[in-house]
Design a protein around this ligand. Structure first.
Ligand SMILES: NC(=O)c1ccc[n+]([C@@H]2O[C@H](COP(=O)([O-])OP(=O)(O)OC[C@H]3O[C@@H](n4cnc5c(N)ncnc54)[C@H](O)[C@@H]3O)[C@@H](O)[C@H]2O)c1
Length: 326
């Protein structure tokens, strides 16, 4: 297959973040000419970029996607763009105006500049949040997205539709990816849905009973971060455009099972304590139907939950050890 990445200039917003840093690592395998990262480090870090920061192919710019002139400088001459910079679901809820500026206005500017500078393809990071509580399980991309109740989910859905309209108005090629519950080494330690893994790892470290709020029956579809990065690359190299894909593991895991697996990989015999849930979780189930990504992008996740949790735990405990020495 023609290697679109080789010798290409690729621009990544949010490339210092959790998923973005893995996308950079995947891209570097294919010998691009240049990778430009724009990130204001509100969440991303130099630590995430450690493996490639000194690579002469990579240019890291500490800056904001709300700076339109800077955005234009990065987009000019770029063949492909990954748009991954975003605020977390909680930050959007805490400050919707800020959410508007980052998730909507800056995304509009980016799409506009990509069309102006004839970028060959944009890969947009969307989210399973667009579904809210889905109607069908496994959830296909065609599931009604009107159950979302969050600003974040609304912004992601708008982003998808924005790129779709730009495709039809200006011929801008794009693919949107709806990630499910992404986890793995370098993960955010206080993300709304995945933070529970880190909280439980804290309990295993401290030999304290892990807490489960509710009865533990809420389910998620956990997908390992490296697989998500591979889906991004698959979306770029495929000839598909104007399409949205679920990126999950096609595996429904309850919180209870998640904890059991985490305890198992860490050979821990702690028993959980159940507490009453203080708020009603409007999204009690998640399960991705990955058929479309498999058929059209040739993408299939490869990391099982057990393997992923093993890697995560190893990283967590090694990091703790380093911290305790400082
Ligand atoms: N992690 C998940 O489970 C998940 C699930 C669904 C969708 N997503 C989406 O995937 C993308 C990457 O998520 P992630 O988990 O790597 O999150 P992350 O917070 O680690 O990465 C986002 C990056 O964007 C940067 N950023 C935020 N605002 C910026 C701004 N104004 N200007 C420049 N940079 C800015 C942050 O510093 C961070 O490095 C996001 O678009 C996110 O919404 C993530």
């Amino acid at each position: 297959m023609y290697n679109k990445i080789k010798n290409a200039q690729i621009f990544i917003t949010g490339g210092a973040g959790f998923i973005g840093s893995y996308v950079v690592e995947e891209l570097l395998r294919e010998q691009p000419a240049r990778i430009i990262i724009l990130d204001n480090l509100v969440r991303g870090s130099f630590e995430n970029m450690e493996s490639f920061l000194k690579n002469p192919i990579v240019e890291f710019i500490e800056g904001d996607i709300r700076d339109k002139d800077l955005l234009e400088k990065c987009i000019t001459g770029s063949d492909y763009v990954f748009h991954m910079a975003a605020l977390r679901i909680n930050s959007c809820a805490a400050n919707p105006e800020n959410g508007f500026e980052v998730m909507l206005r800056a995304t509009f500017d980016l799409a506009d500049l990509c069309a102006k500078h004839k970028v060959k393809k944009v890969i947009y990071s969307s989210s399973a949040s667009v579904y809210g509580l889905a109607q069908n399980f496994p959830t296909p991309e065609s599931d009604n997205p009107y159950n979302n109740q969050t600003f974040y989910g609304a912004a992601k859905l708008w982003g998808e539709q924005l790129f779709r309209s730009f495709h039809h108005m200006y011929g801008l090629d794009y693919v949107a990816l709806r990630y499910f519950n992404v986890y793995g080494v370098r993960m955010d330690t206080d993300g709304k849905y995945t933070e529970v893994m880190i909280r439980w790892l804290d309990c295993i470290r401290d030999k304290k009973a892990p807490l489960i709020y509710g009865d533990g029956s809420t389910t998620m579809d956990f997908v390992y971060v490296r697989d998500v990065a591979k889906a991004n690359v698959a979306a770029l190299i495929s000839d598909v455009s104007d399409e949205v894909f679920n990126v999950g593991n096609n595996e429904e895991t309850s919180l209870k099972t998640l904890l059991e697996t985490l305890l198992k990989v860490n050979q821990s015999n702690l028993t959980p304590e159940f507490r009453e849930e203080s708020t009603v979780n409007p999204v009690s189930r998640r399960l991705a139907d990955n058929t479309r990504a498999k058929d059209q992008l040739n993408f299939e996740p490869t990391v099982t939950l057990e393997e992923g949790l093993r890697e995560l735990s190893k990283w967590y405990f090694e990091r703790n050890l380093i911290k305790s020495r400082i």
